[in-house]
Write a protein that binds this ligand. Structure first.
Ligand SMILES: *[C@@H]1O[C@H](CO)[C@@H](O)[C@H](O)[C@H]1NC(C)=O
Ligand SMILES: *[C@@H]1O[C@H](CO)[C@@H](O)[C@H](O)[C@H]1NC(C)=O
Ligand SMILES: *[C@@H]1O[C@H](CO)[C@@H](O)[C@H](O)[C@H]1NC(C)=O
Ligand SMILES: *[C@@H]1O[C@H](CO)[C@@H](O)[C@H](O)[C@H]1NC(C)=O
Ligand SMILES: *[C@@H]1O[C@H](CO)[C@@H](O)[C@H](O)[C@H]1NC(C)=O
Ligand SMILES: *[C@@H]1O[C@H](CO)[C@@H](O)[C@H](O)[C@H]1NC(C)=O
Length: 455
């Protein structure tokens, strides 16, 4: 955060709230630290993978492993699963391999597990289309959750101009009756990079990052129709140090969903729509523990979605969401641009009232503007027993095309400064001394370095 701004902000805060200097410094410290630690360093671009296909690179020693050499037909009709499996086995065991899915062809591939660990320097270059079987009744029940599942990888690069197509339409139509799979999963891996791919028409979640450390997703396009059920765009679970940048996501569910045990998640330059917005959660379902810390979204357009920036937790859960920054976001016709919902209930029957809740704290919204579809442009619907705390709003300007806007608060503590429209006066101020800001933020180790040195 720029220091001049911090200083003037300090003055402003003292003037308008009259709080003791130390408390304010703690808050500034928290804001400052979040801002600095959340900066995304630009990538080291000394080698542009798109301009120089790695297998032709003079930096060389790349070994090309083409799926066609293993009998893949690429006609969109023949089953190429075995060819892909064999090509994977070869590429994975060969140092510096490039597994190539050639351009201009369509490969029908059944649910498959592509497992590591692999020899070093593996690139998966997808230029053509990989398409899933489109008939639910033929789906191998052994793979009830997965289509293309990559696991136990280290330092692997997925890239290309190709398409991964989940052929989901028949599953969407038969919404609840059929098991549905996620299209593209990277699981239990570290230092993975995904660049340029299009992933579309998933039966369910489109791109899942689970149990990973250090994943960088750049220039990816994720799409499913707005009315396709549960087709989350990018779903992050139990993962740390994930960067998603320059990506366009349109789906029938959350554009990005970040769930339990995920820390240090950064999103930059994201386009989201249609869909349900960018979500943290849901967390705390069935009285479970949910923890998510250090999430930043910087620079996004969210267009015609049902939610914009959302944190959703179930009653009865425990754990916490701490240290979230949403900034520089443009909303266009979003139904709930800013929403914290500690009463999330995605269930056919209504959820029982419970006192325990996932604790939501240190949530910063900065420079968020645009249009809302609903009157309540900001909703902070928090638990009476576990109030949301340290919600900070600045430079907010949300308008409704035909009508007034307002903020709804229940049990939400925090403050706004600078322009905040609609006004956030319903946030209650709090005793800032009670919040051990420094310690908790410091407790998370900084692991950003990994992404930059090992990819
Ligand atoms: C995929 O697997 C299922 C179940 O084992 C099988 O019936 C089907 O023929 C396979 N291939 C394709 C392309 O669906
Ligand atoms: C769904 O998956 C479960 C295993 O996870 C399996 O027992 C069941 O048969 C599958 N149902 C359908 C309709 O494929
Ligand atoms: C959430 O993650 C924590 C570890 O951080 C774990 O203890 C807890 O069981 C997880 N909750 C669920 C619902 O998996
Ligand atoms: C505020 O956010 C908008 C939209 O992302 C951006 O264009 C603008 O530069 C931001 N303003 C500042 C002062 O950062
Ligand atoms: C839960 O609490 C709300 C608000 O206090 C109340 O309106 C609602 O009737 C309660 N629901 C149940 C199932 O007790
Ligand atoms: C929620 O977290 C805040 C900040 O860490 C803390 O002050 C507060 O006591 C917690 N609330 C509950 C009910 O545990």
């Amino acid at each position: 955060m720029d220091k001049l701004f911090v200083l003037s902000f300090l003055g402003l805060l003292i003037a308008s709230y009259g709080v003791a200097g130390k408390k304010v410094r703690d808050d500034i410290g928290m804001l400052d630290e979040l801002e600095e630690s959340f900066d995304i360093e630009e990538e080291d671009n000394d080698f542009n993978f798109f301009d120089i296909p790695p297998w032709k690179s003079e930096r060389g020693g790349k070994v090309l492993v083409n799926v066609d050499s293993f009998g893949a037909a690429g006609d969109g009709i023949s089953d190429d699963t075995q060819a892909f499996q064999k090509a994977w086995d070869t590429a994975c065991s060969t140092p510096q391999a490039v597994l190539l899915v050639p351009q201009g062809r369509s490969y029908l591939v059944n649910a498959t597990k592509f497992q590591g660990p692999c020899a070093g320097g593996l690139t998966v270059q997808i230029e053509g289309t990989i398409v899933a079987p489109d008939e639910p009744s033929n789906w191998n029940p052994k793979f009830s959750r997965l289509w293309l599942d990559f696991s136990k990888l280290e330092a692997v690069l997925f890239q290309g101009h190709g398409v991964i197509d989940g052929s989901g339409s028949k599953w969407w139509a038969s919404s609840c009756k059929k098991n549905k799979t996620n299209a593209f999963t990277i699981d239990s891996s570290r230092s993975v990079k995904v660049k340029g791919l299009t992933i579309q028409n998933s039966q369910q979640m489109t791109f899942v990052i689970s149990r990973c450390d250090s994943v960088r997703v750049t220039g990816v396009k994720v799409s499913s129709p707005g009315d396709s059920p549960n087709t989350d765009g990018i779903h992050i679970t139990q993962s740390t140090n994930v960067i998603i940048e320059d990506s366009k996501i349109g789906t029938g569910d959350d554009c990005v969903s970040i769930v339990n045990a995920s820390f240090n998640i950064k999103m930059k330059r994201i386009y989201c729509g249609p869909g349900h917005g960018i979500s943290i959660g849901s967390l705390g379902k069935d009285n479970s523990v949910g923890v998510v810390t250090r999430v930043v979204l910087d620079t996004a357009v969210i267009r015609e979605t049902t939610n914009g920036l959302r944190i959703k937790t179930w009653q009865g859960g425990s754990g916490y969401v701490q240290g979230v920054r949403f900034q520089n976001v443009k909303m266009e016709d979003v139904a709930n641009p800013i929403i914290i919902d500690q009463f999330y209930c995605d269930s056919p029957k209504s959820c029982e009232n419970q006192t325990s809740a996932v604790n939501i704290t240190q949530i910063i919204y900065k420079n968020i503007s645009g249009t809302t579809k609903s009157e309540k442009a900001m909703k902070f619907s928090c638990s009476d027993a576990v109030p949301c705390s340290n919600i900070v709003l600045t430079n907010i300007n949300l308008e409704k095309k035909d009508g007034t806007v307002e903020t709804y608060c229940n049990s939400a503590q925090g403050f706004g400064y600078g322009t905040v429209h609609p006004s956030a006066d319903c946030l209650s101020s709090q005793d800032k001394n009670s919040i051990p800001i420094r310690q908790t933020v410091d407790a998370e180790p900084e692991r950003q370095d990994i992404i930059h040195t090992e990819l």
